[in-house]
Design a protein around this ligand. Sequence first.
Ligand SMILES: Cc1cc2nc3c(=O)[nH]c(=O)nc-3n(C[C@H](O)[C@H](O)[C@H](O)COP(=O)(O)OP(=O)(O)OC[C@H]3O[C@@H](n4cnc5c(N)ncnc54)[C@H](O)[C@@H]3O)c2cc1C
Length: 344
Amino acid sequence: MMPLPSEVPALIVGAGPIGLACAISARRRGLEALVIDSGPIANAISQYPIGMTFFTTPERLEIGDHPLTCSGQKASREEALAYYRGVARAEQLAIAPYCRFVGAERTPDGFACVVATRLGEVTIRTPRLVLATGYLDHPNLLDVPGEDLPHVRHRFDEPHMTTGQEVVIVGAKNSAVEAALLAYRAGATVTLVHRGSALKETVKYWLRPDFLNRVAAGEITAHFDTTVQAISMTGVTVQHADGTTSDLPADRVYLLIGYHPDFAMLESLGVALDPVTRRATINPETLETNVPGLHLAGSVASGTKISEVFIENGRFDGEKIFGDHASQRDADARYAAKPRPTGE
Ligand SMILES: Cc1cc2nc3c(=O)[nH]c(=O)nc-3n(C[C@H](O)[C@H](O)[C@H](O)COP(=O)(O)OP(=O)(O)OC[C@H]3O[C@@H](n4cnc5c(N)ncnc54)[C@H](O)[C@@H]3O)c2cc1C
């Protein structure tokens, strides 16, 4: 393990695509930021389903203007991991993996940050703290009995694991629909359950017809307007719109109903969150929060609407935090990236 410095000019928490991009922006302006992550580089992407392909085209996943080449039209999980590892090496970023940010206290000139390492806790002082912690560590919960049973997962792991299994998937966005198709093609008996009356509008145009055709053909079962009441070792009890209940057999249950940023951590640092959207009010030019010197980058700033900030439109956040604002506007225009929400 690399020895951690006791003081750094900027501490970036999270070595996801956006945290790495922030470190590049800082380094290109002569500021040697330290990036820490509770897991490996690009920890969130490493937890995507094995073999998954990104929806986004490769050039929109790029950071620091390093080209991402891939064998197909879209990058796979594995190609993206290799890419972000390679960029970190090429840019000689200072990264401390497996170091978890626990919290920070204000000091007269910045922050005293507590970081948990394999060997114990250390304190790192910094005038500038950037949280790029994403949301994947915090799945939304159904809050039903049995949610913590060992065969219940909040992420889809790998289609192969579902072969020959009765699989119940809860959700109706891209992750749930894609998981249903992958599991079905791996030889699982798949049932999808959703409390709403249809798939979400945002389901990708190539997934939607594939899924609906499988349902029409009786190859995948879908229960809409249906809520989960409880999960047992053998099944999932659901309630339908007419009030009747049924028990769906399940060897494996995937609750793919989204994630949320670590709101408790943000509040513990004094960041003001909107009571409804849970978004922090941040300066759109600098991404600084109401806490001076504390910036939010990437998905952690998205509040409950995590689909609004992703790699494509978060990857220039480092330019806002460490750069001049004109360059950010140029970058946005060049890539026609969607503007990111500011919490206002
Ligand atoms: C299955 C799936 C498919 C997706 N496909 C796409 C796609 O095609 N295109 C796209 O643009 N987006 C996609 N996304 C969303 C994308 O993954 C996120 O928008 C992106 O990862 C956000 O980057 P980030 O750097 O803000 O956060 P993350 O990539 O989540 O990185 C946050 C990092 O912070 C670390 N961290 C968290 N808490 C702490 C702590 N307390 N201390 C230290 N480290 C911490 C985590 O370990 C993690 O490495 C997908 C998401 C999923 C789940």
